[in-house]
Design a binder for this molecule. Structure first.
Ligand SMILES: Cc1ncc(COP(=O)(O)O)c(C=O)c1O
Length: 427
C-alpha cells in the first residue's frame, strides 16, 4: 500500500536524522526496561531524547529544535522555565526544602483553588493526578459506605485507573462498572442493576481517550442520576481544569461533588489535588480521627510555591479565557485546512486531538484504529517540520506560543495536505 511505503520512508529519514536519540535508548535499555520509565513516551522505532526546553521550544540530542505542541501532555501550560515560576522555585529552594512540617504555602495554594473552582470547599494535595483519583475513590467509598464505581469506556484517570478497552493488568482492584461515554442510559442501567455504586468518575472531556467532548445533556444527566441514586459525582479535571478559569465544571455549568486536579496546577512540579464538598472532605480531618492520607511530598514547598505563582501571577482568569479562545480559533483553522482529508481535530480550547476520520466522534470507538498509519505519517511529517506533538495525536497549547508559532503548525499541516493528500484518502 503506497501509504505504508511513504510512512516507512518517513521513518527511515527520522532514523537517519536522530542517531544520538537511538543510541541513548540503547544505553538506557541496559538499566531500565526498554530504556523507559514512563510508558506514554515510548514509540517505535525509538523516541526522541530531549536535552533542554525554553519557552515553547524543545531541543533534542541530535541538535534539532522543535516548537512544543505537546506541553508535557498539558502539564507544561507555562512553557519551559517561565521566569515567574523559576523565580518562585529559586526563592523556595533558597528558603529550604523538606521542612518536615506544615508550611503556610499549602493553605495559600488551597485558598487559590477554593476561589477558582466553584465546587471546591476544601482541598487535599497529592503528588500526581493518579493519586488524586485514588484518593477521590477512597473518599467516595468511605462517605457512602458503598463499594462500586462507574467509569467510562476509554476513560483515563492515571496509570492504575485506565479504562481503554479491557482495562489493564496495572489497574487497582476496585469493583468497576463500565459505561459508555455520552450515553446516560448506559449509566442509568448500571445504577438500576447495582445498588452499591459509591461514585461516578468521569472526565468532562475525555482527554487521553481522544479529546472527546461531553455532548449537551450528558454531564447534566449524570448529575441528576447520581443525585437520584445517592451516588457521588466525581469530575476528573486533571487535564481539563485549564480549559476555563474555573475548569470545565464552570464552563459547562455542572457542579460535581468532588473534583480531581493536577498537571499544570503545580507550576510544572509534580502535583495533584482533590477538592470538593466540605462534608466529604471532612472525613480527612485528623482532629476527628479521620481517614489517614499520608504522603511525604504532599505539601512539598516547590510544588506549592510554583503553583501559587502560576495561579496568582500568570494563569489568571483573563489569561485562561485568552489561551482557550486562541485554541478554539486554531482548532477551527486546522480543521479547515484538513477538509480535503479524512482527518479532523476534536477538543476544546487549548487541548485537541487528531482523528483519522472526518466523521463526528462521540466516543473512543468512533475513531478508526485501522488508519493509524495515516496518523503516524502526520506525526513524523510534523517532526520533519520542527513540530513536536504526541504520536497518538494530542496537541496542547502553552502560554509562550506566539501567533508565529501557531502559524508554523498551520503551514506544516497545509504541507501535509499537499504532499500526502492523495495517499490520505486511500482506504
Ligand atoms: C484525566 C487524567 N486523569 C488523571 C491523570 C493522571 O495524572 P498523573 O499522570 O499526574 O498521575 C491524567 C494524566 O494524563 C489525566 O489526563
Amino acid at each position: 500500500m503506497p501509504r505504508m511505503l511513504e510512512l516507512e520512508r518517513c521513518i527511515q529519514r527520522y532514523t537517519r536524522a536522530n542517531p544520538n536519540s537511538a543510541r541513548q535508548l540503547d544505553r538506557a535499555a541496559k538499566v531500565m526496561p526498554g530504556g523507559n520509565t514512563r510508558s506514554v513516551l515510548f514509540y517505535e522505532p525509538f523516541p526522541l531524547v530531549m536535552t533542554a526546553g525554553s519557552g515553547c521550544f524543545l531541543d533534542d540530542l541530535d541538535g534539532h529544535r522543535y516548537v512544543d505542541f505537546l506541553a508535557e501532555y498539558t502539564a507544561a501550560l507555562y512553557g519551559h522555565s517561565h521566569p515567574i515560576i523559576t523565580q518562585a522555585l529559586t526563592e523556595a529552594i533558597a528558603n529550604g526544602v523538606n521542612l518536615s512540617a506544615h508550611t503556610e504555602l499549602e493553605a495559600r495554594l488551597a485558598a487559590l483553588l477554593v476561589e477558582r473552582f466553584g465546587c471546591i470547599e476544601q482541598v487535599r494535595f497529592t503528588n500526581s493526578g493518579t493519586e488524586a483519583n485514588l484518593l477521590a475513590l477512597a473518599a467516595a467509598k468511605a462517605y457512602t459506605g458503598r463499594s462500586g464505581i462507574i467509569v467510562f469506556n476509554g476513560g483515563y484517570h492515571g496509570g492504575v485507573l485506565s479504562f481503554a478497552g479491557a482495562g489493564t493488568a496495572m489497574n487497582v482492584p476496585h469493583r468497576v462498572y463500565l459505561a459508555d461515554y455520552n450515553d446516560v442510559d448506559s449509566v442509568e442501567r448500571l445504577l438500576h442493576e447495582h445498588v452499591d455504586i459509591a461514585a461516578i468518575l468521569v472526565e468532562p472531556m475525555l482527554g487521553a481517550g481522544g479529546c472527546i467532548c461531553a455532548a449537551p445533556g450528558f454531564l447534566e444527566g449524570l448529575r441528576e442520576r447520581s443525585q437520584a441514586h445517592g451516588t457521588l459525582l466525581i469530575f476528573d479535571e486533571v487535564m481539563t481544569s485549564r480549559l476555563a478559569p474555573g475548569g470545565l465544571q464552570e464552563k459547562l455549568g455542572v457542579t460535581p461533588d468532588l473534583i480531581t486536579l493536577g498537571k499544570y496546577l503545580g507550576g510544572g512540579m509534580p502535583c495533584g489535588a482533590l477538592g470538593g464538598r466540605r462534608e466529604i472532605m471532612a472525613q480527612f480531618d485528623p482532629r476527628h480521627g479521620g481517614l489517614s492520607h499520608a504522603g511525604t511530598f504532599n505539601n512539598n514547598v516547590l510544588t506549592m510555591a510554583a503553583g501559587i505563582a502560576g495561579l496568582e501571577q500568570v494563569y489568571t482568569r483573563d489569561e485562561a479565557l485568552k489561551l482557550n479562545a486562541r485554541g478554539d480559533r486554531l482548532r477551527e483553522q486546522l480543521n479547515e485546512v484538513l477538509v480535503p482529508l479524512p482527518m479532523h481535530f476534536t477538543g476544546q480550547g487549548s487541548v485537541m486531538n487528531l482523528h483519522p476520520t472526518a466523521s463526528p466522534i462521540r466516543r473512543p470507538s468512533d475513531s478508526p484504529t485501522d488508519r493509524n498509519d495515516l496518523r503516524d505519517l502526520f506525526f513524523f511529517h510534523l517532526l520533519e517540520c520542527g513540530i513536536y506533538s504526541a504520536r497518538r495525536g494530542l496537541f496542547a497549547l502553552s502560554l509562550p506560543l506566539t501567533e508565529h508559532d501557531l502559524n508554523r503548525l498551520v503551514t506544516a499541516i497545509q504541507a501535509f495536505v499537499e504532499r500526502y493528500g492523495a495517499l490520505a484518502t486511500e482506504a
